[in-house]
Design a protein around this ligand. Structure first.
Ligand SMILES: [Zn+2]
Length: 292
């Protein structure tokens, strides 16, 4: 039979169908079959991603609490609240503010809290009026390097620890402006084990995250109920949640609320919830070793 001609003695399946049957398959069955295939593919992919990372025995996800700027309230009751529950946190400090509560900070280090670098002068975008005279838009990478190195030296002199962790002030990771803008992430990657950003919307995937830019989720001015879905999602997906706050108190501007923290710590200490609550450096070290 010449190529291209239909053999009427052996009709194909589609040739035996009525026009209505053909349209039913084309318009109803096929789209459902394609959607089902996509769903199966997505679920398999998600399972593969989740199965890659193994948290310590009995733990389903990681949680780290961090507090920035060495605000006075952190030493005027905040650290004591954490100590009440035996919880260790990470504090990203500016040396000049450590000096305002020097003995308190020394005690915090003795009690096992972790100290990180948060630059010398906390430079952010000049869009913040208080940062206009030290705007990162006017910074160079060399200036930033000097800030980071000097801050580490001062923290070591004040507290006897040399930070290997860093939090980007205002969560901003660049210096300069326009075509001359440069990321200072590579600088942080060279000087520190971990760099934490801020006001992110997603937790870290331990099998993938970049230690130079781990995500930090804002916990200021939130209730525990606001944070719970994030924790439940992290438990389901085996993520590492890093929370970031500023003041520690009952309420107020940029304040991590005592009531929220109490509920959060109680949740974390309940073994059935499978939370591994530990400082950023401890979790990052575990992740780094487990990945290897
Ligand atoms: Zn800050």
């Amino acid at each position: 039979m010449p190529k291209g001609m239909v053999n009427r003695n052996n009709p194909t399946l589609f040739e035996t169908m009525s026009f209505t049957q053909y349209n039913f398959i084309r318009l109803r069955i096929l789209p459902i079959a394609i959607a089902a295939l996509i769903l199966v593919h997505k679920q398999t992919f998600a399972q593969q991603a989740n199965e890659k990372f193994k948290w310590p025995e009995g733990k389903s996800f990681g949680l780290s609490l961090s507090f920035d700027d060495a605000r006075l309230s952190q030493m005027d009751g905040g650290a004591a609240l954490l100590d009440e529950y035996g919880i260790k946190a990470t504090f990203f400090v500016v040396p000049a503010d450590v000096e305002k509560r020097h003995s308190g900070w020394k005690d915090a280090v003795k009690n096992g809290h972790e100290i990180g670098n948060h630059t010398l002068t906390h430079p952010c975008s000049g869009n913040y009026p208080w940062s206009r005279h030290k705007a990162i838009e006017d910074y160079t990478l060399d200036q930033m390097r000097t800030e980071l190195v000097e801050s580490n030296k001062k923290i070591e002199t004040l507290l006897g620890v040399r930070p290997i962790l860093f939090a980007y002030p205002c969560g901003q990771t660049y210096v300069g402006r326009g075509a001359n803008t440069k990321s200072y992430v590579p600088l942080v990657a060279g000087l520190f084990f971990v760099g934490r950003t801020y006001r992110d919307k997603i937790a870290n995937d331990p099998s993938f995250c970049d230690f130079a830019q781990i995500t930090g989720i804002d916990m200021d001015n939130t209730d525990f109920e606001d944070i719970l879905p994030l924790l439940e999602n992290a438990r389901k997906n085996g993520q590492w949640v890093v929370l970031g706050g500023h003041e520690m108190g009952e309420s107020g501007f940029q304040t991590t609320r005592v009531a929220m923290l109490r509920k959060l710590m109680e949740y974390a200490l309940e073994p059935a919830n499978g939370v591994w609550l530990a400082p950023i450096g401890t979790v990052a070290k575990y992740i780094s070793e487990t990945r290897r």
